[in-house]
Design a protein around this ligand. Sequence first.
Ligand SMILES: *Cc1c(COP(=O)(O)O)cnc(C)c1O
Length: 464
Amino acid sequence: MKYISTRGGMSPIEFSETVFEGLAPDGGLILPEKIPQLSEEEVKKLKDLSYPDLALEIFKYFVGDISEEELKPIVLKAYSRFRHPEVAPVKKVDGLYILELFYGPTFAFKDIALQFLGELFEYLLIKSGKKINILGATSGDTGSAAIYGVRGKKNISIFILHPHKRVSEVQALMMTTVPDKNVFNLAIEGTFDDCQAIVKNIFMDLEFKKKFSLTAVNSINWARVLAQIVYYIWAYFRVSETEGERPVRFSVPTGNFGDIFAGYIARRMLGKERIERLILATNENDILARFVNRGDYSLGTVKPTISPSMDIQVASNFERYLYYLYEENPGRTKKAMEKFKKEGKLTFSKNEIEKVQKDFLAGSATEEDTLTTIKDFYRETGYLLDPHTAVGVKVGLEKKSSYPLICLATAHYSKFPNTVEQAIEKKIDLPEEIKRLYELPQRFEVLPADTTRVKEFVKVHASV
Ligand SMILES: *Cc1c(COP(=O)(O)O)cnc(C)c1O
């Protein structure tokens, strides 16, 4: 399999070349040349595999230049650190299925991709003798998952900026209690926006970027999307064990459109007769829900909510879907993205909206909806939802039909104890792994919100 750019300006590259890249050189996003469609025969072969074995088989369709013998230990290692033997168990709770994606080290679904990416990085770097320095800013979730993905890995150092005293206690502890020497936490005296601006400034210094092989691990990374395809296919098989072979729907709490885009690829691979449609659920930052329901893709301002990992207006993976909506026409995709950058708005024809609605259903949840859903679901079933998952459950139930509904649980409730306690009006007990964090020594460096100071720190501590 070779990879191309949504904007058409890149000659096809191999899978390994996509691993360290975010954007294609022409500013587009990287996509496989073709989406494989599984035959009945192939589906049958995949049905009863364990999670890591299924992952390996799915990856083989997309990874051309790493052999199966090389890939296998990477995949096995990546999924050996999950706290559940099935990696991503599917639980039936009342009338719906919950796909639990929070058994990785940081209790959120981003581990599923970043544990794989970390192993892949190390493997490719040892092979090439190169070193990288990962640099990123976080408001919570991504930073800790990235740190756990590469902690202790050879040829990699990681620098994660977070706003000092402005991330939740659990999220800060998850990052700062990691003892490995290749992990650097920078607590910036400022806001998350300051952190992001500093990272952006540093990446714009191309000489500095090159000298220290600075690498990002954002959600447009193709290998991250690839890792996420697996659990849709996995969950379809688990649910078909009780429901028989019939079409299902997935409800996906959505921010950057990375997770649900992986679902879109899974649907293309398995067919519409297995995944009927995907339900796109947003919080009050609802640009994507407006797009699906009315063809209105227009920028608003980001509003902070109790499901903070979905507080996004410009969904970085959206361009990938646009490319398929425009029938794989890179010229049109490029023009549309340029127009959006200029005008903050895209419009779609009636025909296009109809096409979108054959792939997705969508809705949004207000802050109150989210709290009520956590409360009601707990009262009725005894199952606790984290606020992101609650957004998906709320919208999923709203679109309830005769199709079995699978809701993605993207984080464990213990990551957001304050919100959950507010919703159910009682104290919750935290898992041992999280309680233990409070007793561990912390390592972080407090720095002013100043690009030069952060650069100096990176210069001194980078692996070169
Ligand atoms: C990142 C995140 C999301 C959103 O996923 P996208 O791929 O950005 O759409 C949802 N829930 C949680 C808990 C997350 O961390």
